[in-house]
Structures are given as C-alpha cells and as structure tokens.
Design a protein around this ligand. Sequence first.
Ligand SMILES: N=C(N)NCCCC[C@H](N)C(=O)O
Ligand SMILES: O=C(O)CCC(=O)C(=O)O
Ligand SMILES: [Fe+2]
Length: 329
Amino acid sequence: MAQMGNVKAPLPFPVIDISPFTNNGTAPHRERCAKEIASACSDHGFFYVVGHGIPASITDHVLGLARCFFLESTDDDKVAIARKNPGDGNGDGARGHQRIGDNVTGGRRDWHEAVDFYAEVPDTSGPPYELLKGPNLWPRHPPELRKTLEEYVELVKAVGQAIVKAMGVALELGDDEDIFVRNTFNSFWVMRMIGYPGLDRDDVDGFSCGEHSDYGCITLLLADSTKGALQVQTKNGDWVDANPLEGAFVVNIGDMMERWTNGLWKSTRHRVVHRGENFRVSVPFFFEPDWDARIVPLEKCVERTGGQRIGEEVVYGEHLVSKVKGNFY
Ligand SMILES: N=C(N)NCCCC[C@H](N)C(=O)O
Ligand SMILES: O=C(O)CCC(=O)C(=O)O
Ligand SMILES: [Fe+2]
C-alpha cells in the first residue's frame, strides 16, 4: 500500500526547461521547448521554468535579504524609504516601501508589506517626480541588499528575454517572431519584495493579495518554500495552489501578452491567501514592455481566434499608470 507520506500533490502546471533559449540550444530542442510553451500558455497561462541558469545561491540570497529587510529593519529604516504620495510635493509616488494595508486590490486592503523597484528612467527635472519616474528607494539595511538585487535584476531580465523570444517562436509568428523581444529592449520592469505575515485566524474572508491579473508581458516569481499561498484560477473557475518548486520560477502571462495574442493566451487571474504561522516572502519580477511600446493584437492571432479583435492599441506606460493609480489606499 502506498504510504501517505510519499504521496506528492501533482503540480498544476507544466515544468518547462528554458535552457535551449538561454543557452543557444539546437533547433530541435528549441522547437520542443516552444511547443511546450505554446500549450502551457493556451491551457493555463502559468508554468514553471527550470534550466534558467540562475544559481540557487543567488535566488536564496535574494529571498534571504528580503526577509532580513522585512523582519530586522527598524521602523526608521522603513520610513526612510516610504512611498511618497503623488502630489504631496515630496516626489516619487510608486517606488519604495508600503506598509501592511497600504496596498489595495479590487477595492480591499491587501495583507502584505512591500517594496517596489522599477526600471529607472532618466529624468533631469528633479523632484517632485511623476508617479512612475524618479530613482528607486533602496533599503539601507541589510547593506548588501542593493548590490545583490541590482545584480539579480540583470540575470532575471535575461531569463525574461529568453522566455519572450521562445513565446514568439511558440506562436509561429513568421516575420513577427521577435515582436516581444523588440518591444522589451528597454523593458520597464518592476520588482517587488513582498512580506506576508499570516492572515488573522478570524479574518476568514481576508486576502494577502486580492484576485488580479498582472499588467505586462510575463511575471517571474521567486518565492520561499511556503505552500498553499499563491492560488491560480483555472479555466473552469476553480482555484488551485501554485506551490513553489525548488529551483524553478513560477511564470505567468500579463495583460499585454493577452492583448498581443488577442486572447489566445490569457492573463490568468491569481491571488495570495497565506494563513500559516510563518512570515512568507516573495520577490516577483515583472518583465514588461518598454514604457512607450504600442501593443496591437497580432494579425495571425486575430485570425486564429475567429477574426474579431478583442481590443485596440494600448500604450504600455498608460496601461501601467492607470493600474498603479488604483493600487494604494
Ligand atoms: N505589477 C503588478 N502586477 N503588481 C502586483 C499587483 C497586485 C494587485 C494590484 N493591487 C491590483 O489591484 O492590480
Ligand atoms: O506573492 C506571490 O506569490 C504573488 C504576488 C503577485 O501575484 C503579484 O505581486 O502580482
Ligand atoms: Fe500577480
């Protein structure tokens, strides 16, 4: 008889080895990988990525430093990098630290604290900066956090580039195969460090992060080993746990990829419900289009989805601003 202890819950999404695209693989390997991406994207909008080449020593260090920031910084350390309210004359509105309850999703407060970093846009006008301009606000504690995370951004960006390259191949776009690569050369990426204390036991309908879709191309989620926190909505409306897989990123599709593919690939809705005793840490990296990228449904995808366009052109920066404006209490 099978022992209960050996029974592993099956993973809800395919595990895809991206190394043919990060490491210049052979044509057959690239083709097989692209096929796997095509089915994962049309069936789920979520998949696990292995073979990305970022060593566990680095991802563990990133998570460890994020945890250390949340749990060991003083209040003053956090206030020093607090997100400034746009329009208060004090500058930058979206970067920096957000306390528990500052974030809102679907009109309700989320139960997490976070620090948001964005690609830096050269802006010589000085403070006050517009909502998404200005410099990042880096924690002073722990001291090596900034350097480690800046190095991590370069590595994870390269993985993002490899995945969107594979996505263009997966869609068999012909001349447009590099459309996603071309529109992410200057990716206006976002990286969040998120800290989740467990929800209160009696807060039965609370959310650590409410149901939403992500905004851009793809999200590469790095999370600690906590299970049962990230939940993903399936095509029939059920919610499944997207538990972490050691050494893998959980990757999902954002709104711009849905627009490009005319809904062939959906930006799948997900949420976080963390009821455990432990403090959960995650560091999603949002690999997004260029700030001024114009996203238009691709002709080939329109044909494959019945010929009807689901939407017109979107400028990514405008989509992002409209979302971010509604994200704070
Ligand atoms: N760039 C992204 N996806 N950031 C995380 C978004 C979390 C949900 C957000 N409060 C909302 O209501 O959309
Ligand atoms: O922490 C997680 O597992 C996911 C967070 C998330 O969905 C987001 O920040 O967009
Ligand atoms: Fe998300």
